[in-house]
Design a protein around this ligand. Structure first.
Ligand code: ATP
Ligand code: MG
Length: 365
């Protein structure tokens, strides 16, 4: 069946009346197909979930539905309008959370948040601080949500010790004879073996609480108001899962405080100014629900999550580029080195980073 027919079929399922009302492709997402649709009751963002990436889209949708409903309740209780402050899903005409089309693809629809935009790179510190506020509020409003009821749609996503062991396995096999060309990067990983368990061990010992985590806390997953320039809310809830606050914070710092293109640069450039801006936006919004241990591991989580990301690139390089799309043979190695340079820079600045966090926490009390 032609794509245009499938879109029409999905629009009908959500009461979006194809034909009579317009629709067009929307946004710059790389994973799902997004359409902006007009309906008699307002505009909607209609999305077809990428079934190559998400093998269990109905579980992804269960998670996203549950957390957005919870956030909407919070906003309502505080006297706000949820339609302006969170993604809100629209049920199908037969009251289902998503629609499966005749091709077997899963569709969902959300109320369109008007006058909004996304940014791929923070133009200044304020933009990053504002985005951090959106992720901080996400954490705050979901602090009373039972995280263990969510599906773990990507098992062991941030299980760094497991990823480390998997790395050792491919290194041992070295099927593509690439390990020798990555000697320094391999050394970098091996010399930090004692650090990989930091977060998982604390979780296992009950020292860190299980939280609802977003797991893709990059800048372009925050909607900004084009009128005020401020962040409105976190979007792209496909990777929402049970996890640790440190995962979301650490990964946001990895991408947000690095001032060079992580895909191309041969070195990382960690900015304390951008780190502080993100930390301020985050802590100002959710310090009240963070436990002392959670606050204490924020700075080192940035190192660990950056290390984990670099290790995944290096793993894929040695494994023959099976996971990440590459443009040349050393692309994954280059990406890994860029992340490891960032880690080294963060390690040098760790005590400064910890001091910043302490100050920010003190000032919110
Ligand atoms: P990514 O490449 O980040 O994984 P994706 O393909 O998963 O993206 P989303 O991030 O969910 O897609 O959405 C793509 C774009 O559509 C967003 O960047 C945003 O601009 C827009 N968008 C999605 N939902 C809405 C909404 N309800 N209101 C306004 N804009 C929206
Ligand atoms: Mg996105």
């Amino acid at each position: 069946m032609k794509d245009v027919q499938l879109v029409a079929e999905a629009m009908r399922a959500f009461g979006l009346l194809p034909g009579k009302y317009a629709y067009r492709k929307y946004g710059d997402g790389h994973i799902n197909d997004t359409y902006l649709c007009i309906s008699p009751w307002g505009r909607a963002a209609l999305q077809r979930i990428n079934s190559n990436v998400f093998k269990n889209p109905h579980l992804v949708m269960d998670n996203a539905f549950a957390v957005t409903r919870h956030i909407a309740n919070h906003i309502e209780k505080e006297g706000g309008n949820p339609r302006c402050g969170t993604l809100m899903f629209i049920a199908t005409r037969d009251n289902k959370p998503y629609y499966v089309d005749s091709n077997g693809d899963v569709w969902r629809a959300t109320h369109f948040l008007e006058d909004t935009t996304t940014y791929s790179r923070a133009e200044d510190e304020h933009m990053l601080e504002s985005a951090a506020g959106a992720f901080g509020r996400f954490m705050l409003m979901l602090a009373d949500f039972p995280a263990d009821t969510l599906h773990e749609t990507i098992p062991d996503f941030h299980n760094t010790p497991k990823r480390y062991n998997d790395f050792l396995t491919v290194l041992e096999k070295d099927e593509n004879n690439r390990a020798a060309s990555a000697k320094e990067a391999v050394e970098f990983v091996l010399s930090r073996s004692d650090k990989v368990g930091l977060l998982v061990d604390m979780l296992d010992k009950g020292l860190l609480p299980l939280r609802v985590t977003h797991n893709d806390t990059k800048l372009n997953n925050v909607l900004f108001s084009v009128k005020t320039g401020e962040a409105i809310c976190a979007i792209d809830l496909d990777t929402v899962m049970p996890g640790l606050s440190a995962y979301d914070f650490g990964d946001a710092i990895r991408s947000g405080a690095n001032r060079v293109d992580e895909d191309k640069a041969k070195r990382g450039d960690f900015s304390m100014k951008f780190f502080e801006a993100y930390a301020r936006g985050y802590i100002n919004n959710c310090a009240s629900v963070l436990t002392q241990n959670e606050r204490d591991v924020l700075a080192s989580s940035a190192c660990l999550l950056t290390f984990e990301c670099g290790m995944r690139f290096l793993h894929d390089y040695i494994d023959g580029d099976k996971y990440f799309r590459v443009e040349h043979t050393t692309h994954n190695l280059q990406r890994a080195i860029s992340q490891f340079n960032l880690v080294a820079d963060m390690e040098n600045k760790l005590s400064q980073m910890e001091k910043v966090i302490k100050e920010l926490v003190k000032n919110t009390k």
